[in-house]
Design a protein around this ligand. Structure first.
Ligand code: BGC
Length: 758
């Protein structure tokens, strides 16, 4: 039931009865689209067709027979939105987009995209949130909640491991189970469980050899059986390989359809007895449930494009990240002589190319927005069509820079550098823009660079310019947001949702991207993004979670609810944050967890919470975080489950991943210690870790008395990493035979694990 909106009663369908009345051909037909954007209807059974539409940072509704989509508001892309670290903002943006969809009779908007940013080169990174699964999951969950509160569905995409555009329709992402669960699937798991997207879109690629579109482990075993997902799974456009296998695996709807060819294939496998019709029925049921859900309409929906344009600006101003501000050069003052340089000041790059491209309602550039504040001089400086210096434009810009007190250069990546459908080859900005920055610096040191790009870039100028603002691809009102932040009308509060490495070769995927032929091995494992840079002690250009403000914040009074925590208890962490500067500001406080001792290799720290708060000068607030058992667990493929090891965990509170301000420890004990049975190959050092095991081993070695055992301690320590079976050769005790060791193993298992063991 939707809260706070008027619902028109939809048609309650008797789905089981409808399925009973359907012919096999009708069922198979329902499992693919009618065209690019519609499902099929069946008149005689009262089944309506529904329309789905691209997004997700706006509505891309394409009308029949048209090539261009309708005019719509283009909100900041996911790459920008994630920097807000603000769930409520994502929900608001989602609500606005959901409302737009409802007013245009769109049943499902195709997004959000929650794939992990494995490499900065992925051409589609601008459509994704983060390198961190927790942040990506939280952002997607909030966005989905917002859209779906308007009676419109979402399609969480691209499930899964679509982390590069290079060979996206054939490449197999080869990933070990722990990495898959902890990094790549976790970004989907949270939104599936918390926000219940109406649909999930499977990806184009293969995962460990099997196409996502026919991957039963992914679509049924994990998504449905483990995570409890009840919605529909649709294919990405053209992602189907063998449709029958897809039906068996749980792919309900093929989009956009195959002009009936795959429908016939489904009929044929069922008739020939190779596929039980019950699998077809399951898919049909889920299609019908989606149609039924979308019959419920919200009454009196109005799409106010001006209002949503303002929201585009407001949202982006919460996302812009201030990366550098030497000597407090920003904010700018109205009475200063200011030059705006660069084509992006006049025609900003605010969204990416491909299926998410919105036909924007209107665009506000920085040059438009600054008119309300003061006069600035403008020079174009460079062209975006080619990476070629236009000498005249360059000299004109340098002349303008000479005359100015402060120079703002709008730069970044042009469309030709990044888009859906291909990956970048490098992380560099166009040379013509770099040359502009260099030449301007020769005549004016007060240079502020404002960036528009969908993914990290190398910044050879970072030491030389006075300030840097990262605005990502910030939507149609990006210019208004940039001007608001430049002049301090809005105090910047965005924080990076991904690491900016100094150079491409620092990136963890560097040696294993883009793969060989149709295979890409994720050999860096769980060490994606800051998990890698931290562990390897590689200093990034700007770290995950980093972002400056025009004010300062002080952290204090951290407390944890437990010193000792049982696995099933919640840990409450409290911390105070105070605005110690002279202007109002917002701070995104981050919580990381570090496992201090572990038998498996774990990251240095992992993000497990964040809260953003607004504070007036001098104001102090308490922030509260709740951590459940998952915050401490790693995925153990041996038990096919999440596992916590007993021990000390540090809770770190920071302003970024490398600016940890406060920390406290907590001991966490698992509900049940999961122990592996001992064998003749168990190592002595592992056995003596357990006091009872140590006692038994001493007995075996003929050291029984306590005083003697203290004396002889060196003996068992020297056995160290020797397996039990080797005692036969290395301990000069005749009675220690293989049989005796086998008996000893049985005794160990019985005493320590309470298990009989052969
Ligand atoms: C993209 C999807 C998109 C679909 C429909 C595909 O090529 O990967 O993200 O939703 O096209 O346009």
């Amino acid at each position: 039931m939707l809260v706070g909106v008027v619902m028109k009663e939809g048609i309650k369908m008797n789905i089981d009865k409808i399925i009973d009345e359907m012919t096999l051909e009708e069922k198979a037909g329902l499992l693919s689209g009618k065209d690019m954007w519609h499902t099929k209807g069946i008149k005689r059974l009262g089944i309506d067709e529904i329309m789905v539409s691209d997004g997700p940072h706006g509505l891309r509704k394409v009308l029949d027979g048209e090539s261009e989509s309708i005019k719509a508001n283009c909100f900041p892309t996911a790459s920008a939105l994630a920097c807000s670290f603000d769930r409520s903002l994502l929900e608001r943006v989602g609500r606005a987009i959901g409302n737009e969809c409802a007013s245009e009779d769109i049943a499902v908007i195709l997004g959000p995209g929650t794939n992990i940013k494995r490499t900065p080169l992925c051409g589609r990174n601008f459509e994704y949130f983060s390198e961190d699964p927790y942040l990506a999951g939280e952002m997607s969950s909030a966005f989905i909640k917002g859209v779906q509160s308007q009676g419109v569905g979402t399609s969480l995409k691209h499930f899964a491991c679509n982390n590069q555009e290079h060979r996206r329709m054939s490449v197999s992402a080869e990933i070990d189970e722990r990495t898959l669960r902890e990094i790549y699937l976790a970004a989907f798991e949270a939104p599936v469980k918390n926000s219940k997207p109406w649909t999930v879109m499977c990806s184009y690629n293969r995962i460990n050899g099997e196409y996502a579109s026919q991957n039963k482990k992914l679509l049924s075993d994990i998504l449905r059986d483990e995570w409890g997902y009840e919605g529909l799974v649709m294919s990405d456009w053209g992602a189907v390989d063998e449709r029958e296998k897809g039906v068996y695996a749980g792919l309900d709807l093929e989009m956009p359809g195959s002009m009936g060819k795959n429908d016939k294939a489904i009929v044929e496998v069922v008739r020939s007895g190779r596929l039980d019709e019950k699998y077809v029925d399951k898919c049909v049921k889920r299609v019908l449930e989606l149609v039924e859900k979308s019959e419920f309409k919200i009454g009196d929906v109005k799409w106010d494009k001006e209002k949503d344009h303002s929201l585009c600006a407001e949202a982006e101003s919460e996302c812009i990240v201030l990366l550098k501000n030497e000597g407090g050069i920003l904010p700018l003052k109205k009475n200063e002589k200011i030059a705006f340089l660069g084509e992006f000041a006049k025609s900003p790059r605010f969204q990416g190319g491909g299926s998410s491209h919105i036909n924007s309602y209107k665009v506000t550039s920085a040059l438009d927005a600054v008119k309300d504040i003061c006069d600035v001089t403008y020079a174009k400086g460079y062209i975006t069509e080619r990476d070629e210096t236009d000498k005249e434009l360059l000299s004109e810009a340098v002349r303008a820079a000479k005359e100015a007190d402060k120079v703002v250069i709008f730069a970044g990546l042009p469309d030709s550098f990044e888009s859906e459908g291909f990956d970048r080859k490098h992380m560099k900005m166009p040379n013509c823009q770099l040359e502009l920055i260099d030449e301007v610096l020769k005549v004016n040191k007060n240079v502020i660079v404002v960036l528009n790009n969908g993914s990290p870039i190398e910044m050879p100028f970072s030491d030389n310019v006075a300030a840097i603002l990262e605005s990502y691809l910030g939507g149609e009102a990006v210019g208004k947001a940039q001007v608001d932040v430049l002049f301090g009308t809005v105090n910047p509060s965005g924080k990076l949702a991904e690491t900016f490495p100094k150079k491409l070769s620092d990136n963890p995927s560097y040696l294993n991207y883009p793969g060989e032929g149709n295979t890409v091995k994720y050999r860096e494992g769980i060490f994606v993004g800051y998990r890698y840079y931290d562990k390897k002690e590689i200093e990034p250009l700007y770290e995950f979670g980093f972002g400056l403000s025009y004010t300062t914040f002080e952290y204090s009074d951290m407390s944890v609810s437990h010193d000792e925590l049982k696995e099933d208890q919640l840990l409450t962490v409290k911390v105070n944050v105070k605005n110690t500067g002279s202007v109002k500001g917002k701070e995104a406080v981050q919580l990381y967890v570090r496992d201090t001792h572990s038998n498996v290799i774990r990251p240095e720290k992992e993000l497990k919470g964040f809260e953003k708060t607004e504070l007036m000068p001098g104001e102090e607030k308490q922030l509260v975080f709740k951590l459940d058992k998952r915050a401490f667990a790693y995925y153990d493929p041996k038990i096919s489950d999440w596992r916590i090891e007993y021990g000390r965990f540090d809770i770190l509170i920071g302003s970024s991943s490398r600016d940890i301000r406060l920390e406290k420890s907590v001991y966490v004990s698992p509900q049940k210690e999961i122990k592996e049975p001992y064998t003749v190959n168990s190592l002595c050092c592992d056995i003596i870790e357990n006091p009872e095991g140590k006692k038994l081993l001493l007995e075996l070695l003929g050291i029984s008395d306590e005083a003697e055992s203290a004396n002889e301690e060196y003996k068992i320590i020297s056995l160290g990493e020797m397996p039990l079976r080797s005692l036969v050769s290395f301990v000069p005790i005749k009675e220690i035979t293989r049989e005796k060791i086998e008996d000893f193993v049985k005794k160990l298992n019985l005493t320590l694990l309470g298990e009989e063991n052969d």
